[in-house]
Design a protein around this ligand. Sequence first.
Ligand code: NAP
Length: 304
Amino acid sequence: MSLLPQPPEFRPLGKSGIAVSPIAWGMWRLAEDGRTVAEAAKLVHAALDAGINFLDTADIYGFNGSGGFGDAEALLGEVLIAEPALRERMVLATKGGILPPLPYDQSADYLRKAIEDSLVRLKTDVIDLWQVHRPDILAHPHETARVLDDAVASGKVRTLGVSNFTTHQIAALNHFLGEKLVTTQPEISALRIDCFENGELDQAMMLGLTPMAWSPLGGGCLAAPESARDIAVAEALDVVAQAQGVSRTVAAYSWLMAHPAGVIPIIGSQKAERIAEGAQALKVQWTRQDWYAVLVAARGERLP
Ligand code: NAP
């Protein structure tokens, strides 16, 4: 049985010359649990020391319904102030465009300010990847594109991406950006398989976008599955995990990485040993049969 190709040690971020690890670490929950700067630094080190150089945050991470907007970025900024040399070791991605409690805002004035504020909180001169977090239906993509173009031209942002956009929204913004998008960040996991068949990953391959997978464990569900479907998916992952001596969660990341679009799972754990363990996903090998067995378990029915 032939094996699917394994990910390279580094991938280009879209068509940019920036090299990122094929698995990323996300900081959605970094500012929770009263985490100190030293504790946050330990997690950053865990990722970088394991060869994970792609770090994902957002301006809204830390927002708890009433306050905390910007807290995850600010905590990372404190880590970078304490250890400036860390900045050069990472490809730093953040996002904006969600205005708490919920409206989305991609008007020119708001986005310009959101990018400036992220730079200040992150204590950095440049954001390597700036992503629109969720689409603002009321913003014309031409207007959004102009601000993003300016951010790149002024050197504040190196590359651009989107998250939670439909394929048509991606096409429209990319058009007005003169094809400058390099990433798309939808939810993808063995429990959330829409992307494989709704055209999102096909579009990413067509446009040369790197797909980043948020919640690659289904928000942790794959680690402790409860429903019959989730248990069936976990069992299909366990077949490969046990054969190759890795944990189920590592198998779950590697299952996403086996897709030809070069999907980059974003590890969500805020535990150093689990972040480091994620790097083992580069070594896991998949046959077509094993890969499709997970998909079939997730579909809940056989393939036609
Ligand atoms: P996930 O990997 O699906 O879930 C991570 C959660 O699972 C953590 O709470 C973690 O807890 C828990 N977990 C339990 N057992 C685990 C194990 N053995 N290994 C690893 N984790 C385990 O990812 P996620 O946190 O939902 O999302 C990952 C990243 O995606 C975020 O940090 C963010 O960067 C990005 N994201 C983006 C969007 C968007 O709209 N663009 C939305 C959501 C997330 P512990 O911390 O205790 O390990």
